[in-house]
Every structure is written in structure tokens, then in C-alpha cells.
Design a protein around this ligand. Structure first.
Ligand SMILES: Cc1cc2nc3c(=O)[nH]c(=O)nc-3n(C[C@H](O)[C@H](O)[C@H](O)COP(=O)(O)OP(=O)(O)OC[C@H]3O[C@@H](n4cnc5c(N)ncnc54)[C@H](O)[C@@H]3O)c2cc1C
Length: 569
């Protein structure tokens, strides 16, 4: 078994020049969300010496809390942002090709209701534009269904005022957490150094030039510093927080908006497609999304000025989303009792106080802080879908700042670490034959880890007890917990459960598995009794964020509302 990967602060706090031992890089990236990880990967693949830091885990910020669609963004056409739609559609196609185990095509239904503010002709014109802008797509073009065919395909949708629907294809990444982890793994394989739980709390200057960062390892309490010729602040909704207190920063960049999702089990009338529909109340577009074995209902869009770590679904959002889904699917009759848990994230949108939340641009900006803070850039905005192109653009800028000609970007052709297989059925069959694992475990491992499933199975070959299923709900096996620490940067039990094995997204946020999971890790990684108790307590504290307002976290484990018959599972 490998030793756990500990990515801790080098012990020094002196700026470059004063202490020669300080690690030096071409580029330091602050924030290992999808954008920071993507920038680190691209830069390292093009030969730069790169360090990537996150105050918590890889992908633990907004990238953990999105709607998980890899989409062109049909609604951005309403904002006239044709460039963003084309970019998103191109990137969607690249992700289908490079990460087929994580990003999959998914059909969306857009019902035409007489109460819609957007007429069916407007929607159809939008669909045609969407098809034209995705001329190089591998998925099919949109088609229109009559009222009868719409009801035959989705019997649960409200027939009142329904004229028909349009069906079109987009992409879904069920586990965006694993997308972030794989991008970080690719960055590391290309040579990047990755420091998790490393909170950047100061910039290092040489005159007016930013020449590195100081940080605090949140788990060990050690301080560290890294020197770099360029620093990219990719801290998502924390971009301003990273700059706060710096003597040279007095501008606000981020005008975050909070978006919440509700997670429910399949319910009566539940659709088989993602349904993307107009709210009867306010004309916003709302989504009911089949998500693995469950459904995501979202999202909201509220200005948020607090700490993004404290963003939680509030009672008004829960009532709004339940009202919307019950309006679309009357037999659903969902209540708070049906909500297994919620999650909320803050969109790192540009500060635009004069615009409504709905109308703030979803395009990104690479802000150059020079000349006063030469060598410092901040990323404002950016979607999960477009992280790769954002990274390409950013790394071109970094090369310019370094005074070097940028070599061609490679990431549009580099398969993800878990995508190195051409025949997935044959891979599954081989793994089932060569490992002693049951078929269910093999299916699960391949769906989460892609072609790296064999590396998880190799741990079991060395220690057969790691074949133990520690979570009956998902079928997760003990080897995955160890793998999270030895192969995937996990440093806490929460990392392993929430962003590696995905067990933390079980029905009740998996409170029942915490003890067993911490026992397995304590035995394999040599945790003391205190460490084990602290890890379990840390996880329980963490999942409190999923609770319905006013409810205890993990109520699904106590027994969610009795499941009613579902039309779709
Ligand atoms: C409700 C909602 C729905 C969405 N749906 C979609 C969707 O369906 N499709 C889509 O493409 N996009 C969607 N998005 C947008 C997308 O999720 C985000 O734009 C994207 O994830 C932002 O990634 P990021 O890397 O910039 O930020 P983050 O993921 O927030 O990463 C920033 C990282 O910086 C770290 N950090 C912060 N401060 C420090 C510090 N001091 N030192 C070190 N590290 C630090 C944080 O821990 C964090 O991990 C949605 C967003 C929301 C909120």
C-alpha cells in the first residue's frame, strides 16, 4: 500500500531573496477549483513550473455545488452572448471526447406552455441557433414534440396550457468533484506541485511586482511561502477575500450570487429527461435534473455578500423550488419531508451592482492587477463547462508576462487520467475477470474512476480485506477510502467521503458509514484514536451544511418520507 500523500507547507515564511531555500515556481495558482486546477494542468503541460494551492480540498468550493451540466447555456443567447455559447458548446464536445467516463450526453426537454413569457417560436429560434453554434457536435440536433408526444414521453408534466416541447442534447457531469480531482491529477502528472489545506493569506512583493504567496497549512498549523514570477488568483467567489488586507488592493471584483439545489428521491411523475422550464411565478428558468439515482431541483440566484463557506439553502429558496417542481409535475406533491438534503454555492460573477442577478454576464475576465501589482492576475467568473478554454487563455497570458512565446496548448487533446480506455465493456469484463471483485463493485469503480478502477482493484489484490463494502447504499469498498489518500490528495475523512468516493451524497449524507469508514482508515493509515474521533466529528460537522433550514443534517438516514411510486427511476 502506498503512503498517504501529504501535501504540506514547506517550513518557511520568509520572502524570496531573504531565504534561498524557498521553493520557486514560474506560476503559483491560488484555488484548486475547476478553473485553478485547469490552469495548473495547462501550464504544467506546457512546461512551466507550477504550484497549485487550495485552502481546503481540491474542488471543495463552488465547483462542488453546481448544477453539474456541461452545457452551451441556451439562456445566454437571451443575453446576446453568442461567443460564450459557442465556446461552451465547443468545450462540451471536447469533454465528451476526453472524459467520457465523467461527462455524458443528456437529453433536455423544454416544454412550451401558454403562460411562458418566451413564446414557442422564440424557443425554437434559440434551438436552431444552438444547433448552428454546435455544428461540430457528436450529439443529435433538437426536435420538437407535439403536446401528445410530450405527454407520452413525460406523463407527469402538467398538461394545463401545454402546447408541446423541444428536446435537445447537452452534457452532464454527475460527479463534478471527480472532474476536479482528475484535472488536478493530470496537473500533478505534468509536474505541478499541489498543496491542499494551504490557505493563502498574503502576497509577497518585490517593489511593485508580486513575487509569490504566503500560506498557512490549515491541518498542521505550519506556515509556508512559495516564490513565483506570476500569481493567478483563481479563488472563485473568494477572489476578493484572497486580496483583502493587501496594501495595494481596494477594488471589489466579485458580486457573487447564491444558487441552491434540493436533492430528492425519484417521485411520482418524475421525468426521464432533464426538464428545463419557465417558472410560472417569475419567468426564471428552473431545472429538474435526473442525477444518478436521485433528482436535483434547482436553482436559485440571490445576491450573496457573505462568506461563501457559509452559503446555505434558506427557507424561501426551498419553498420556491418545491413550488416550482410541484407546478410542473402536479402529482409530485413534494414537501420538505421529501428533501434528502440541499446544497448551495456562490457563483463567482463579476461585481455589477446595477444589474439584476439574472442578467449578470456568465463570461469570464482575466484581470491584470498590473502595474501596481505586476505579475498578479485574478479570474473573475467562468463556468465548469469552459474551464479548459479559460485555462488556455490564462496560460497564454502567463507566458506573455514571463516574456516567453507560448507553446501550443495541449489540453484539447489530452485524455483525462481515467479515460485511457477505448472499449469500456471489454475493460469492465477484464477487470471483473482479473479481480476477485463482484460485478456491482466493478461497475461502480469504472463509473467513478474510469480506467483507474484497476488501480483501486490492485489495492484489493494486495490486501483482500479491502474488498469490504463499507457502504451498502452505494456499494463503495474499503479500498476506495485508502485510494483517496494514497492516490488522490485526500487529507481528511470528509475529502474521501464527499469528493472521492461520493458516499457523502448518499440518502442521508451517509452518517451511518462514518464509524466504519474511519475505522478502516485508522487501521490502514495508522490514525490514533484521537485522530479517528476528530475525523468523524469533522465529517459530521461538515455535512450540517446540507440540512434543510431548521432541520438536523442527515435526516434522510433517520428515514426520509416513505418513498412513493415513481414513474421514472
Ligand atoms: C448553483 C450553481 C449552479 C451552477 N451550475 C453550473 C452548471 O450547471 N454548469 C456550469 O458549467 N457551471 C455551473 N455553475 C458555475 C460553476 O460551478 C462555477 O463557475 C465554477 O465551479 C467556478 O470554479 P472556480 O474554480 O472558479 O471556483 P471554485 O470552485 O470556488 O474554486 C475556488 C477555490 O479557491 C479556494 N480558495 C479560496 N480562498 C483561498 C485561499 N485564501 N487560499 C487558497 N485557496 C483558496 C477555494 O477553497 C476553492 O476550492 C454553477 C454555479 C452555481 C453556484
Amino acid at each position: 500500500m502506498g503512503t498517504p500523500r501529504t501535501v504540506q507547507a514547506p517550513e518557511t515564511s520568509a520572502p524570496p531573496g531573504e531565504q534561498p531555500g524557498i521553493p520557486a515556481f514560474d506560476l503559483v495558482v491560488v484555488g484548486a477549483g475547476i478553473n485553478g486546477a485547469g490552469i495548473a494542468h495547462d501550464a504544467a503541460a506546457r512546461g512551466l513550473r507550477v504550484a497549485l494551492l487550495d485552502k481546503e480540498d481540491v474542488g471543495s468550493g463552488t465547483s462542488n455545488w453546481s448544477g453539474r451540466l456541461v452545457h452551451g447555456g441556451l439562456r445566454y443567447l437571451e443575453q446576446g452572448d453568442v461567443r460564450l455559447v459557442r465556446e461552451s458548446l465547443r468545450e462540451r464536445e471536447i469533454l465528451f471526447r476526453l472524459a467520457p467516463h465523467l461527462v455524458k450526453p443528456v437529453p433536455l426537454m423544454m416544454p412550451f406552455y401558454r403562460h411562458n413569457r418566451r413564446s414557442s417560436w422564440t424557443i425554437r429560434a434559440g434551438m436552431i441557433a444552438y444547433d448552428v453554434l454546435s455544428y461540430d457536435k457528436s450529439t443529435s440536433s433538437h426536435f420538437v414534440l407535439s403536446r401528445e408526444k410530450t405527454l407520452a414521453r413525460s406523463p407527469g408534466v402538467n398538461p394545463d396550457g401545454l402546447d408541446g416541447s423541444a428536446i435537445f442534447m447537452d452534457g452532464q457531469v454527475v460527479w463534478s468533484e471527480r472532474l476536479c480531482v482528475e484535472v488536478a491529477l493530470a496537473a500533478e502528472a505534468a509536474g505541478a506541485k499541489i498543496f491542499t489545506y494551504a490557505k493563502v493569506d498574503g502576497l509577497i512583493y518585490e517593489g511593485d511586482a508580486v513575487r509569490g504567496v504566503r500560506f498557512l497549512d490549515q491541518l498542521t498549523g505550519k506556515r509556508g511561502a512559495l516564490a513565483a514570477r506570476v500569481v493567478v488568483n483563481a479563488a472563485g467567489p473568494w477572489v476578493d477575500a484572497v486580496l483583502a488586507g493587501d496594501r495595494k488592493t481596494n477594488q471589489r471584483f466579485i458580486g457573487g450570487t447564491k444558487g441552491s439545489h434540493l436533492i430528492v428521491d425519484p417521485f411520482p411523475g418524475a421525468p426521464r429527461d432533464v426538464v428545463y422550464y419557465e417558472s410560472r411565478n417569475d419567468g426564471r428558468l428552473v431545472l429538474v435534473i435526473p442525477w444518478g439515482e436521485r433528482y436535483l431541483i434547482g436553482t436559485t440566484d440571490q445576491r450573496f455578500d457573505g462568506d461563501p463557506d457559509e452559503a446555505r439553502a434558506d427557507a424561501s429558496e426551498v419553498a420556491y423550488l418545491l413550488g416550482e417542481v410541484n407546478g410542473l409535475i402536479p402529482e409530485a406533491r413534494l414537501t420538505e419531508r421529501d428533501v434528502l438534503y440541499t446544497y448551495s454555492g456562490v457563483r463567482p460573477l463579476p461585481y455589477a451592482p446595477d444589474k439584476s442577478e439574472w442578467n449578470v454576464s456568465r463570461s469570464h475576465v482575466i484581470h491584470d492587477h498590473g502595474p501596481g501589482q505586476d505579475g498578479l492576475y485574478s479570474i473573475i467568473g467562468g463556468k465548469l463547462t469552459t474551464y479548459r478554454s479559460l485555462a488556455e487563455e490564462t496560460v497564454n497570458v502567463v507566458f506573455g508576462k514571463l516574456g516567453k512565446k507560448a507553446p501550443p496548448c495541449l489540453t484539447a487533446d489530452l485524455p483525462f487520467p481515467g479515460a485511457r480506455v477505448s472499449d469500456w465493456d471489454a475493460y469492465r469484463d477484464d477487470l471483473a475477470r482479473s479481480s476477485a471483485l463482484p460485478r456491482r463493485a466493478v461497475e461502480r469503480l469504472v463509473s467513478l474512476y474510469g480506467s483507474r478502477a484497476g488501480d483501486v482493484a490492485a489495492l484489493v489484490a494486495g490486501d483482500p480485506a479491502l474488498a469490504e463494502t463499507f457502504d451498502a447504499g452505494t456499494g463503495a469498498i474499503a479500498a476506495e477510502l485508502v485510494f483517496a489518500f494514497t492516490h488522490e490528495f485526500a487529507r481528511t475523512l470528509t475529502d474521501a467521503l464527499v469528493r472521492r468516493t461520493m458516499v457523502g451524497f448518499g440518502a442521508g449524507c451517509a452518517p451511518g458509514v462514518v464509524e466504519r469508514a474511519s475505522d478502516i482508515l485508522a487501521a490502514r493509515l495508522g490514525w490514533s484514536a484521537e485522530r479517528k474521533a476528530a475525523e468523524a466529528a469533522g465529517y459530521r460537522r461538515y455535512v450540517e451544511r446540507y440540512a434543510l433550514p431548521g432541520a438536523a443534517a442527515g435526516r434522510g438516514a433517520e428515514g426520509p418520507a416513505p418513498r412513493r411510486n415513481a414513474n421514472a427511476a
